[in-house]
Design a protein around this ligand. Structure first.
Ligand code: DX5
Ligand code: ZN
Length: 220
């Protein structure tokens, strides 16, 4: 299985965002995770398409946009134009989940559905085959630096079973560190968002390498 590490720029130094994004990609990031918060769907406010467009030319890796905004549809084409490769959204933030998936795909991006800790898997019942990614929140969305919720592991296992052999990424987001990334991988995740665990350390490459070493153990 291919494992991907997606540093969340939420924990980067925003005064030096371009340098931070370049540094984390040099350090081995597979994706750049871009958290968009609107102070409405979640109680925090971050960045929008302008910032996505500004970092786009700096890196070649895919930009993984995590929308924590309500409504969703109107802003999707803006992110696609700003260079997003993957756009994920929360079903509770969209009146028409199937339509929103279509809006993302029509904009030329891969589509992901995000499940909060209390969101049931039934949201996947009729749309799983249309998704490129399922993003499982292991914290309640809105802030970096929160603790991993252990029940996520069971949820990852259940979703991995539903995905079966399909080419759908299973991403986990929130509280991922060197000491729990292996458990998340063993539960079925293949893509790992980590904000504070990477940007909170002085040597991003060493931290990403330590995460990969844990993932290698998970693969054995
Ligand atoms: C939380 C965001 C996460 C956050 C993760 O709402 O979706 O991507 O940045 O941060 P850490 O890894 O510090 O929990
Ligand atoms: Zn996120």
């Amino acid at each position: 299985m291919a494992f991907r590490i997606a540093p969340s720029i939420l924990s980067a130094n925003f005064a030096r965002l371009g340098d931070e994004v370049e540094a984390v990609v040099r350090a081995g990031a597979d994706l750049v995770h871009f958290d968009v918060m609107d102070n409405h769907y979640v109680p925090n406010l971050t960045v929008g398409p302008l910032v996505c467009e500004a970092i786009r030319p700096l890196v070649k890796v895919p930009i993984d946009v995590h929308l924590m905004v309500k409504p969703v549809d109107r802003i999707v084409p803006d992110f696609a134009r700003a260079g997003a490769n993957i756009i994920s959204f929360h079903p509770e933030a969209s009146e028409h989940v199937d339509r929103t998936i279509g809006v993302i795909k029509d904009a030329g991006c891969k589509a992901g559905l995000v499940l909060n800790p209390a969101t049931p898997l039934s949201y996947l019942d009729y749309v799983l085959d249309k998704l490129d990614l399922v993003l499982v929140m292991s914290v309640n969305p809105g802030f970096g630096g929160q603790s991993f919720i252990p029940a996520t592991l069971q949820k990852l296992r259940a979703i991995r079973e539903r995905i079966a052999g399909r080419d759908i990424w299973l991403e986990v987001d929130g509280g991922i560190k060197v000491d729990n990334i292996r458990a998340a991988a063993e539960a079925g995740a293949d893509t790992f968002v980590a904000g504070s665990a990477i940007f909170g350390t002085s040597d991003y490459a060493a931290t990403i390498a330590a995460m990969r070493a844990q993932l290698t153990l998970a693969a054995q």
